[in-house]
Design a protein around this ligand. Structure first.
Ligand code: HXC
Length: 520
């Protein structure tokens, strides 16, 4: 019948129109700009989301949103989606919210409408208590929109802070990012960059030249090498978009969905009682000879799977996620290979932030200690070592998550206290037989307490031997109960796993207060 036919046609037109509108949105800034994006070794926003999320799981929101600006002829330039792709999907079956800046649309710059898309996703992620991942590739505030764009960033920033400590927030820098597109990431939990194609700076090279006359390239000012080795702003970098996004999936697998969900539990085929005889000889006979603490982490973690963070920054401390018995733990370990594992300002800040992340999200912390103390000198003192070191002390002291600590060798001075000692809240504190827990090493100690004997080499040698025998062992601390047991290195995984299992129900109540006053 005619009426029925025309109804069918009408419906087909309507469906076609939807497809056309979807296709227009998917085309972003057009084939030419997509080509340029690819030629630079970068994927498009949608290609990136496809790699990040489980195949076919992405549900896009707001693909028809357009800006409402009419300044500078903008009313004639509207692209559906307005420079950001938003929605949610799953990573290995677990919900994750995502927004990806589309550099092919107005350089991914942020308009009022673009900001509203992001804040909608932020609000939804918070309500659903699921992680949010931002993929950044953007030139900051949409210049044509002026203060409306600044307002938009403010709305994003505020939500970053409201969500901090409630849901994990991950920022991935995948192109040139300036202004608001670095400040929002700065307030999230983790920042990762792609090498050679991503940059982060508050103001770009052109502005730097105008204001200070300094001539600097984008790479020198804010490339991945700068932020993963010098500034410490980024927690890691990857070779290309594909590798980066696959690693983000791996990271998400370690993270709880929110601060109340508890750590995810994945099937593990690695016996928690596995012995590692090689650990019995990990610590060299010579106390000044280094060894790689990562070896201990890899041998303790399930299947040797360790997601290291800030690996190229403050290498004297190692941090990252692993699992024991299928459940996520945060590892913090002094690294004797670099500066003898000393604590300096950078290492203290790096570890403090990680410890606070773990505590906020109920991730137990396993700490391996081999630390000769804090780094002496004007350089460190002028740089505020007192405050920076205090951050790590503060972070550990405020933990309510299970803390299991193993001293492998040196635990000297204040650094002994800082590194999750019994006194600041360590729940189970073990030492290897090779541990040396003391105020300082033998040489320094003898030169101070037996100063009058300094001219007499024999006497000094005898005093040193005496000091080493009495103090450079785990037993003085164990005699006081500061160490719960002296354990065989080969048994470390089993002992930690048992301690963590025992601590599953740990509860600590703190006095009420508005918030603490971390020495920032
Ligand atoms: C509007 C922008 C834009 C912006 C780029 N575009 N940035 N449009 N507002 N902020 C557009 C360009 O006009 C161009 O459009 C397209 O995006 C690609 O830009 P190109 O310059 O051709 O690309 P490239 O050479 O790769 O350089 C990328 C860039 C550069 C480094 C990001 O575009 C740049 O410096 N942009 C300005 C960065 C900036 O200063 N932003 C303001 C920050 S202040 P067509 O149509 O030609 O493709 C800020 C305030 C918030 O963010 C701060 C809160 C703390």
């Amino acid at each position: 019948m005619a009426a029925g036919d025309s109804g069918g046609h009408g419906m087909k037109d309507i469906l076609d129109k939807l497809e056309r509108r979807r296709a227009a949105a998917r085309a972003g800034g057009g084939a030419k700009r997509i080509e340029t994006q690819h030629a630079r070794g970068k994927l498009t926003a949608r290609e990136r989301i496809e790699l990040l999320l489980d195949t076919g799981s992405f549900e896009e929101f707001d693909m028809f949103v357009e800006h409402r600006s009419s300044e500078f002829g903008m009313e004639k330039q509207k692209i559906p989606g307005d420079g950001v792709v938003t929605g949610w999907g799953t990573v290995n079956g677990r919900a994750v919210f995502v927004f990806a800046k589309d550099f092919t649309v107005f350089g991914g710059s942020l308009s009022e409408a673009h900001a509203a898309k992001i804040t909608k996703i932020q609000d939804m992620a918070l309500k659903a208590r699921a992680p949010i991942v931002g993929l950044f590739d953007a030139g900051g505030a949409r210049i044509q929109e002026g203060v409306a764009a600044l307002g938009g960033y403010g709305e994003v920033f505020k939500r970053n802070v409201i969500a901090s400590g409630v849901i994990p927030q991950i920022s991935v820098i995948m192109g040139p990012c300036a202004g608001g597109d670095v400040y929002s990431p700065a307030m999230t939990d983790f920042i990762f960059m792609v090498r050679d194609t991503s940059y982060m700076f508050v103001t770009g090279p052109d502005v730097v030249k105008t204001v200070t006359n300094e001539v600097v390239t984008a790479e020198e000012l804010g490339g991945a090498s700068v932020h993963t080795t010098r500034s410490g702003v980024a927690d890691g970098s990857f070779e290309n978009d594909v590798d980066c996004l696959l690693q983000m999936r791996r990271l998400v697998d370690f993270l709880p969905a929110n601060n109340a969900a508890g750590v995810p539990e994945w099937p593990s085929f690695d016996d928690v009682a596995r012995e590692e005889p090689s650990l019995d000889t990990l610590v060299p006979d010579n106390p000044n000879k280094p060894y790689d603490i990562r070896e201990l982490i890899l041998k303790v973690a399930d299947e040797g799977d360790f997601f290291e963070l800030s690996a190229a920054y403050a290498k004297n401390i190692v941090i990252g996620f692993g699992r024991i018995g299928g459940r996520t733990v945060g590892f913090v370990a002094n690294q004797p290979m670099v500066l003898a594992g000393v604590l300096d300002s950078d290492a203290s800040r790096k570890a403090a932030r990680f410890v606070r992340f773990c505590d906020a999200f109920e991730i137990p912390i396993v700490t391996f200690v081999d630390v000769p103390g804090f780094l002496p000198g004007t350089d460190q003192e002028y740089g505020g070592l007192i405050k920076h070191g205090a951050k790590l002390l503060f972070a550990y002291s405020q933990c309510t998550v299970p803390l299991v600590t193993v001293i492998t060798r040196k635990a000297f001075g204040g650094a002994y206290d800082v590194m999750a000692s019994k006194h600041v809240g360590g729940d189970v504190n073990y030492a290897w037989p090779t541990a040396q827990i003391a105020v300082m090493g033998a040489k320094g100690a003898v030169e101070i307490i037996f100063r009058s004997d300094i001219g007499d080499a024999d006497k000094i040698a005898a005093r040193t031997k005496e000091y080493e025998e009495r103090f450079l062992s785990p037993f003085v601390a164990a005699e006081r109960g500061y160490i719960d047991d002296v354990i065989m290195p080969s048994q470390t995984r089993r002992r930690i796993a048992r301690a963590l299992a025992m601590l599953r129900g740990k509860r600590v109540e703190w006095p009420g207060r508005k918030h603490d006053n971390l020495p920032v």
